[in-house]
Design a protein around this ligand. Structure first.
Ligand code: HEM
Length: 133
């Protein structure tokens, strides 16, 4: 990670820049702010520890990302591509090189897919016996 140009200073900058843009985003901003009103400093600290944990396999985070998203008001599968697009644009602006962007995007896309499935996938919809709606 260090060889690629990722260190904790970069992670801090990425998290601060990204969530600054999230707040300014017309759809994502209100959803985050409604849930995190009064708790933004804790969220930022958590996200820095999360990314640092994933990047350096440090085990420092230890949270439960799926549970954290349960019950977030107005959450929908369509928001994930928007989140990823904003994350990609942030990395375009501040990542030190293409490998750093590629690593963060691959990781975020994997987690976004996993969160989408955990939050929205309903196995009953794949039941062959299910009658068409
Ligand atoms: C539409 C997309 C997303 C929305 C609207 C969203 C929203 C939120 C909100 C509101 C919280 C704060 C929950 C709370 O503390 O009450 C949160 C926490 C978190 N999110 Fe997301 N999120 C999204 C996508 C993602 C993605 C793609 C990742 C992975 C890179 C991610 C990782 C996390 C993590 C690690 C936390 C902290 C969990 C904890 O409390 O330990 N989120 N998210």
């Amino acid at each position: 990670m260090n060889a690629m140009g990722i260190d904790n200073a970069f992670i801090d900058r990425l998290v601060e820049t990204f969530y600054g843009r999230v707040l300014a985003h017309p759809e994502l901003g209100p959803i985050f702010d409604a849930r995190l009103s009064g708790r933004w400093p804790e969220h930022m600290a958590k996200m820095k520890s999360f990314w640092s944990s994933v990047a350096f396999r440090s085990g420092a985070y230890g949270g439960k990302p799926v549970q954290a998203h349960v019950g977030v008001a107005n959450m929908s599968p369509a928001l994930f591509p928007q989140w990823l697009e904003l994350f990609a644009a942030t990395l375009d602006d501040i990542a030190p090189n293409a490998a750093v962007k590629a690593w963060f995007m691959a990781t975020a896309e994997r987690i976004a897919t996993s969160l989408t499935l955990s939050l929205f996938y309903n196995p009953a919809l794949d039941d062959p016996a299910r009658k068409p709606a």
